[in-house]
Design a protein around this ligand. Structure first.
Ligand code: PEP
Ligand code: MG
Length: 842
């Protein structure tokens, strides 16, 4: 076992379940007043020495023994609670005061039945009674067997004993009152750590009879320092005076922003509206993917690990963990830089705290120790986090308990880095998942695990996760507010995404009603599906192509089976979203060809890579920007990384047949951008000796492009309207903003006017216009889009049959007449109401 002068791993002195002191049914031990330590509810009859040391005290009544370990830690081993009252009956001490004992030596035997019957509890304690100089770090909180590693103790004054080493200088200390709202939780603790790290001296905080080194955020949080508490700071070293001054200053300063915003410290990083809960038992959100489902509400807990057989090579596992930690640190650094660039102080503080936690000796030591015992890196990391989460949760502070979420986040991130793609969330099929926010790859994982629906505290209806949810036919509500996560787990709920409702306490009748409604919908869907393979014409004979938005060749296969007339948008950035490295030309060609092959003889529109803004790719880190959605994104990448676009065009030109492959350019704002890509395409095609050229289209997703549609259409083969970004840029509302999610509605009359302009501009040059944004999948919008002149709708695959059915019930001439009137309305809500009036949905 790895021990040195300062650090010591104690082995279990008893066998049985492990408890933190806070859970011991004894006020004095539970409060930590006797010192820090751990407890075991014993199942055996002998107490063993947890380490080498000397017996310095034996209780007269033989129920407790104190050892001094070789590093100076004094350990009280106390068998049972209130066992002093047994006056020695049932205990037989096997060692004497002054004896030298070795780790694992039997110290005391006791009569389990007799003691259990006559005392309050058998729960036994291992407490460090000179805790001012030591810190206890539990290694496990599961059941242990005698001799297994239990507790790690670290001298809080590393190196030589300071009392006898004048070279380290004398200790300086000072008292300060904590002004931080909510006490010393993760973010202020990270600030203390950062300050202490600027000095050579070793600094500690002392509170409630316990101490913690300033380098450990976990240790500082473990002191459970509350607001207005008086704490002592001590520093020892060459620059102790300066360190003390700096630490006292940081502890007595109210962080920026807090003075004006009392909730700043507990607020979530991005603004999420509180749920509009006028109706009791119902949370209201914004529909990101339609559907009606019932199921148990399950909060996303994390990745499920299979049992670890142990016996792993410690060296290899350490390397794995180190590599994963390095990767996650790099990712967090990027996020941090980004938050800094956007001057988002809240986010910056949170991620700075995450970084500090990732370097925390408490977490790392415990994980490395378990690895040295033969555990896998995944399990060692996970266990180390679980132990600290439990410690935080038992400190009696809601704020610190909430910080366990930060730890879980890090558990997750590091596990993902360790497992690559081979991981699963711990969620049963059929569950309705509640979560803060999801990444696109999380959503795909959940969908594959068969969850019934997803609810998020934050997010927007046109975010990329929402797009993927629609693609998977997975009902999804966003912007539900933080109350969502306070709900009880496992309760049956109804997710009515169409109506933006999460019903938390449905009655049995309501559940039956949901079930019947789903059955009716299913029947209608089956009917619609029967006609899905035929093309859709309006009653007066106008053909509307209903294509699909897809993210992979698997989705393309599904889309074709669902009746897609083609692929209207392949978001190439999604094809490689899970990759840590950039795909080369060959990998790209194969991926594009796979989609073309999956679509039979139908056309496939492939959009060139659209990164930047809210779409980040691990393998393509872009410089941080002050306003990322107004920065270098979409086709503007050609300006900074032209080779990337060239590589993609090259790969696209190698697909066959070229006549089915259509290329689409995102975020175009002026004609030159289109002309430039046309020239590149021409040059590359000539280089390859091709006599055919793929069609080249332009996305209309910036108001400038809609207003220039005529000029663009002169040089483009077709136009495709991206209503998600067009809404964001026209309405000046972030498409991912939870607080604005309900208002980012592409049926706003201003957008309808831009759509009309686009169609008129295209018509001058005989070009067709499609819509590939989320509006195309909304049956309320179908008659309006048809009326304004749209001839292709690219929708999420599960909705193809429904939208085709909708088209077949419309009269294009009537749509044209009525939608003109809608342009004069004053809001998206008014347009929606009018659409319901003119073209009711059943
Ligand atoms: C859009 O903006 O509407 C669009 C289709 O592109 P994306 O959602 O990928 O930005
Ligand atoms: Mg877009």
């Amino acid at each position: 076992m790895h021990n040195n002068n300062n650090e010591l791993t104690l082995s279990a002195p008893l066998s049985g379940p492990v408890l933190t002191l806070a859970n011991v049914p004894d006020a004095v031990f539970a409060s930590g007043a006797m010192g820090d330590g751990i407890a075991i509810d014993p199942l055996n009859d002998t107490l063993y020495a947890p380490c080498d040391g000397e017996v310095i005290h034996i209780a007269r009544t033989g129920h407790a023994v104190t050892l001094r370990a070789d590093n100076g830690a004094e350990l009280l081993l106390h068998l049972g609670l209130d066992t002093v009252e047994l006056r020695g009956e049932g205990f037989s001490m096997l060692v004497k005061e002054g004896a030298r004992v070795h780790n694992g030596q039997a110290l005391m035997r006791y009569d389990v039945d007799k003691v259990a019957l006559r005392c309050k509890s058998l729960v036994s304690l291992l407490v460090i009674i000179n805790g001012e100089r030591f810190q206890a770090r539990p290694i496990t909180l599961r059941e242990v067997k005698v001799g297994e590693p239990l507790l790690h103790i670290v001298a809080t004054q590393p190196g030589v004993d300071p009392d006898v080493d004048p070279a380290l200088g004398s200790e300086v200390s000072g008292q300060v009152r904590i002004v931080n709202r909510g006490g010393l939780h993760a973010r202020p603790a990270a600030l203390v750590r950062q300050t202490a790290q600027k000095f050579q001296s070793h600094s500690q905080l002392h509170f409630g009879g316990k101490s913690a080194p300033c380098e450990s955020v976990m240790g500082l949080m473990g002191l459970a320092i509350t607001e207005h508490a008086d704490v002592r700071v001590s520093c020892r070293g060459s620059d102790a005076e300066a360190a003390l001054r700096a630490l006292l200053a940081v502890l007595s300063t109210v962080p920026a922003g807090q003075a004006h915003n009392p909730r700043a410290e507990v607020a979530t990083p991005r603004h999420a509206p509180e749920a509009r809960s006028a109706e009791p038992g119902v949370l209201h959100g914004v529909c990101a993917a339609p559907g009606l489902v019932a199921g148990p509400l399950v909060r996303l807990q994390g990745i499920q690990l299979p049992d670890d057989p142990g016996g792993h090579d410690a060296q290899a596992q350490r390397q794995r963990l180190d590599a994963a930690l390095t990767q996650v640190r790099r990712e967090i650094h990027l996020t941090l830089e980004n938050a800094r660039a956007r001057r988002n102080a809240d986010e910056e503080a949170i991620f700075a705290a995450h970084l500090a936690l990732l370097e925390d000796p408490l977490l790392l030591d415990a994980a490395y120790l378990s690895i040295d015992q033969g555990q896998a890196a995944t399990h060692a990391w996970s266990q180390s986090i679980d132990v600290q989460c439990q410690v935080l949760q038992e400190l009696g502070s809601t704020l610190l308990a909430e910080r366990a979420n930060d730890l879980r986040d890090l558990r997750q991130r590091v596990l993902r880095a360790l497992l690559g793609h081979a991981w699963q969330f711990d969620v049963p099929a059929g569950a309705i998942v509640a979560t803060q926010e999801l990444t696109p790859s999380d959503l795909l994982h959940l969908s594959n695990q068969g969850v019934a629906g997803v609810c998020m505290v934050e997010g927007g209806a046109t975010s990329h996760v929402a797009i993927l949810a629609r693609g998977q036919g997975l009902p999804c509500l966003v912007a539900l507010g933080s109350e969502l996560l306070a709900r009880e787990q496992g309760q049956p709920v109804v997710l009515d995404a169409d109506e933006g409702r999460l019903e938390l306490t449905p009655t049995a009748e309501r559940l039956v009603q949901v079930h019947e409604k789903r059955a009716r919908r299913q029947a209608r869907h089956t009917q619609q599906q029967a006609l899905a393979q035929t093309s859709a014409h309006t009653l007066d004979g106008v053909e509307i192509e209903v294509a699909a938005n897809v993210a992979s060749s698997q989705e393309a296969t599904q889309a074709l089976a669902n009746g897609a007339d083609g692929v209207g948008l392949l978001r190439t950035e999604f094809l490689f979203v899970d990759r840590p490295t950039a795909p080369d030309e060959q990998a790209q060609r194969q991926a594009y060809q796979a989609v073309l092959d999956a679509m039979g003889d139908k056309p496939v529109i492939i959009r060139t890579i659209d990164v930047g803004g809210d779409k980040q790719l691990d393998y393509l880190p872009l410089p941080a920007e002050a306003n990322p959605v107004l920065g270098l994104r979409g086709i503007r990448l050609a300006q900074v990384q032209p080779h990337l676009l060239d590589q993609q065009l090259h790969a696209l030109l190698q697909t066959r047949p070229l006549q089915r492959c259509r290329i689409l350019l995102p975020m175009v704002t002026e004609v030159d951008e289109l002309l430039h890509i046309r020239q590149r395409l021409e040059a590359l095609a000539t280089e390859q000796g091709l006599d055919e050229r793929p069609q080249l289209g332009v996305m209309i997703e910036v108001p400038a492009a809609a207003l220039l549609a005529g000029q663009l259409a002169e040089h483009a083969d077709f136009l495709s309207i991206g209503t998600n970004d067009l809404s964001q840029y026209t309405l000046a509302m972030d498409r991912d903003h939870a607080g604005l999610a309900a208002r980012v509605d592409a049926l706003h009359p201003a957008l309808l006017r831009l759509i009309e302009q686009t169609c008129l501009g295209a018509a001058k040059h005989g070009r067709w216009v499609g819509v590939c944004g989320a509006l195309a999948s909304d049956p309320v919008a179908t008659p309006i889009l048809v009326g304004l002149g749209i001839r292709e709708l690219s929708v999420s695959p599960p909705q193809i049959a429904e939208i085709k059915d909708r088209v077949r019930h419309l009269d294009a001439a009537q749509c044209r007449r009525l939608s003109r009137e809608l342009l004069d309305l004053g809001s998206a809500t008014a347009v929606r109401q009018a659409s319901h009036r003119h073209w009711p949905l059943d």
